[in-house]
Design a protein around this ligand. Structure first.
Ligand code: AMP
Length: 293
């Protein structure tokens, strides 16, 4: 397995792979790898000849009061997991490699002149609460696509909005890449696996399982009645979450949405998606469930 820290080194290897007419599968990550990431890597191994994983905590997708500094980083352990799972190339660049400092300007933050953004999708749901988050995500994924040049890129349904945004970006900007959205991998009690679950203390961790339990109950209600008021479903979820999660600090949103446009729907139909984002004492957690037959 190759571990590359520079773009030029990576490009060299990719050029070689392309020359051999091998297909490239790519999983972008921020590291602190878990079974959720590994499920994407395994799919890439199954479907392509050469599997690339990027490990990079992208500063420009974090807000000024968000967890960029404390985000879990453990490159050594991640590299070991990649090796054990048959990854061919790990791309783990530094901030300076991705956003080179410009000496002639007095700029404190990571500097980039060109961003990629969207008018609608990136402004909904999490976009309402994390200004410029998806602009940062799209920009870094765009850069990574141009470096890795994958045939297939793998994203998790755990971050459903992110995956749909990337799908749209690929379409709009004519990337010759297939985007695959893979199912959310969960802990035994239902909590969606996430690197941020490390922030939870034991009480919060127990309570966090009620997010998925509640979403599952709401899904059952929709499947039973098919067309019911989204307001009713949202109220039901809210009251359940407030009752069962004592460490709950704030609910950013509970929405019932169309799976393609991500727009809120007033009366439920199948398929639809229920998505939530909330803050407990120590973490911001998101989850969603697809309501389909
Ligand atoms: P992250 O490192 O959190 O930026 O995630 C990297 C990729 O892994 C994204 O496409 C995520 O959606 C995906 N991912 C994260 N957690 C899970 C999970 N529990 N199940 C499936 N995919 C996941």
């Amino acid at each position: 397995m190759d571990i590359c820290k520079t773009i030029s080194q990576t490009r060299e290897i990719i050029r070689d792979i392309k020359k051999k007419n091998k297909t490239i599968g790519f999983t972008p990550t921020m590291g602190a790898l878990h079974e959720g990431h590994l499920s994407l890597i395994r799919q890439s191994k199954k479907e392509t000849d050469f599997t690339v994983v990027s490990i990079y905590v992208n500063p420009i997708q974090f807000g000024p009061r968000e967890d960029f500094k404390k985000y879990p980083r453990n490159l050594e352990k991640d590299v070991k997991m990649c090796k054990e799972n048959g990854v061919d190339l790990v791309f783990a660049p530094s901030d300076n490699e991705m956003y080179p400092k410009i000496k002639s300007q007095n700029i404190k933050n990571y500097y980039i002149e060109t961003y990629v953004d969207q008018f609608t999708l990136s402004k909904l749901l999490c976009g309402r609460f994390r200004k410029n988050h998806f602009r940062g995500v799209m920009t870094v994924v765009c850069k990574l696509f141009n470096i890795i040049k994958p045939d297939i890129a793998y994203f998790g349904a755990k971050d459903y909005q992110q995956a749909k945004i990337i799908e749209q970006m690929v379409k709009d900007l004519n990337f010759d890449i297939t985007v695959k959205i893979m199912p959310t991998i969960r802990e035994i009690d239902g909590l969606a696996m996430s690197s941020r679950n490390k922030y939870l203390d034991s009480q919060e961790r127990k309570e966090a399982s009620y997010i998925y339990k509640t979403l599952s109950e709401a899904k059952k209600k929709i499947l039973e009645h098919k067309n019911i008021s989204s307001t009713y479903i949202k109220k039901f979820i809210r009251s359940r979450l407030v009752k069962s999660i004592r460490s709950l600090k704030k609910i950013d949103y509970i929405e019932v949405i169309n799976p393609e446009t991500l727009e809120n729907i007033k009366t439920t139909y199948i398929p639809c998606i229920i998505a939530v984002a909330l803050h407990t004492k120590n973490a911001r957690l998101i989850d969603n469930i697809l309501v389909s037959k």
